[in-house]
Design a protein around this ligand. Structure first.
Ligand code: GAR
Length: 196
């Protein structure tokens, strides 16, 4: 099995979807859930599933991303990860970190990339009057929310949508898309998945 480290900052619902997908004939298994925040709700969910967890708090490294990343990489290497999945990991990663996992690090982003890189994607889609919104899984490169797209799922924008309502609709699709992409990716297949 390929060994998968999952990086989170919050509730970890995408992490749970990934972990719960990795059983049976799946070519990968989770080896670590790592957070930059000891208060991330996902850590408890990982522990409840018997997965090793680690925390590297970014705050003591304020302003020094390379020093933070030098610590962040350690548990990933110790866990022997083959694949790194960012799942609601809310720290920007520099080239020094990303280059160590070239071609084997994935991210999920709540927009139809290349639209709406960065934050507040749902509010921005609403402000733009988009009829459609969604999520993307992509290979991570040193450029934020860039890199080859491995899968996308679309949702309609509905009359009266708020950012929260739209986010919830997208999240349902994230939980379908990310496991589907990881399964193919772990098997060496990088052809993009389009879910409808
Ligand atoms: C997800 O919607 C994910 O796409 C987004 O954060 C949420 C995390 O939820 N990621 C980003 O915005 C990355 N910049 P989760 O912790 O329940 O998976």
């Amino acid at each position: 099995h390929k060994r998968v480290a999952i990086l989170i900052s919050g509730g970890g619902s995408n992490m749970v979807a990934l972990v719960d997908s990795m059983s049976g004939d799946h070519p990968a298994r989770p080896c670590l859930v790592l957070s930059n925040d000891a208060g991330a709700g996902g850590l408890e969910k990982a522990r409840a599933r018997g997965i090793a967890t680690a925390v590297v708090d970014h705050r003591p490294f304020a302003g020094d991303r390379p020093a933070f990343e030098a610590e962040l990489v350690k548990p990933i290497l110790e866990a022997g990860a083959d694949i790194v999945c960012l799942a609601g990991f809310m720290r920007v990663l520099t080239d020094g970190f990303v280059s160590q996992f070239q071609g084997r690090m994935l991210n999920i982003h709540p927009s139809l990339l290349p639209k709406y890189k960065g934050l507040h994607t749902h509010a921005r889609a609403l402000e733009a009057g988009d009829a459609e919104h969604g999520c993307s899984v992509h290979e991570v490169t040193a450029r934020l929310d860039d890199g080859p797209i491995l899968g996308q799922a679309r949702v309609p924008v509905l009359p009266g949508d708020t950012p929260d309502a739209l986010a919830a609709r997208v999240l349902v699709q994230e939980h379908r898309l990310y496991p589907a992409v990881l399964r193919k990716f772990a098997a060496g297949d990088r052809t993009p998945i389009i879910l409808t």
